[in-house]
Design a protein around this ligand. Structure first.
Ligand SMILES: *Cc1c(COP(=O)(O)O)cnc(C)c1O
Length: 221
């Protein structure tokens, strides 16, 4: 009851252009099924092994997103079914995804993760690196991946103006890249920004994809 109540409350609040990724990492299948039966069909996980095991056990019309860091040697486990990979942060990884996509005869949607936080530890490409990647000859030869947008994570802080500025940076970058590299490509449209604590700010700044876990499923241990 609790999970479906949380979900419905959240869905009522979200603008219709914003897609909700219910982040179910560490949560049992039973919790996911409660959200599923309340109408949620899109779930996000951050670990490959957990994602694969949930994919195998749960209804096949669930749309699975990988939101966490992905290692090249693990792409093969998810390439057959993944709907969107949020955290692509190198050309090497994109090439690995493309290779597995070819084997599975699929086109795999990816977001480029951009480093917007002031913390050192977060993954992601810098603004210079993303331009270099999109310009490269190697990138243009990857026919089985599709870059559908950008993803970012703000600094873990109480400082709302810092978070807001980081989100602004990503939304501006999305606009610039769209003009420079994707002008004839309507598929480059996703801005994956915002989690339980900052999704309101993210939406105000232009996010159209929020990744929310604890607000739906409760705190993780
Ligand atoms: C865990 C996680 C989330 C969701 O976090 P909550 O604070 O529980 O909403 C979103 N994005 C990523 C990349 C995550 O790893």
């Amino acid at each position: 009851m609790e999970i479906s109540n949380n979900l419905n409350k959240l869905l009522k609040e979200l603008p219709s252009n914003v897609k909700l990724i219910a982040v179910s990492k560490t949560k049992p299948n039973q919790d996911i099924l409660e959200a599923y039966h309340a109408g949620q069909k899109v779930f996000g996980e951050n670990k490959v092994q957990e994602l694969v095991s949930k994919y195998e056990q749960l209804p096949k019309d669930i749309e699975w997103h990988l939101i966490g860091h992905l290692q090249r040697n693990k792409v093969k486990y998810i390439a057959g079914f993944i709907e969107l990979i949020h955290a692509v942060d190198s050309l090497k990884l994109l090439k690995a995804i493309n290779k597995e996509a070819v084997k599975n005869n699929r086109l795999i949607n990816c977001l480029l993760q951009i480093h917007i936080a002031s913390e050192e530890t977060k993954f992601g490409l810098s603004i210079e690196e993303v331009a270099g990647l999109l310009k490269s000859e190697e990138f243009t030869q990857l026919n089985n991946i599709r870059i559908t947008g950008l993803m970012g994570m703000a600094t873990f802080t109480e400082d709302v103006s810092l978070i807001r500025n980081e989100f602004k940076t990503l939304v501006k970058l999305h606009k610039d890249l769209k003009n420079d590299y994707f002008i004839d490509n309507p598929e480059f449209k996703e801005i994956s920004l915002g989690m339980s604590n900052d999704y309101n700010i993210a939406i105000e700044e232009g996010s159209n994809m929020v990744r929310i876990g604890s607000l739906i499923f409760g705190e993780r241990n």
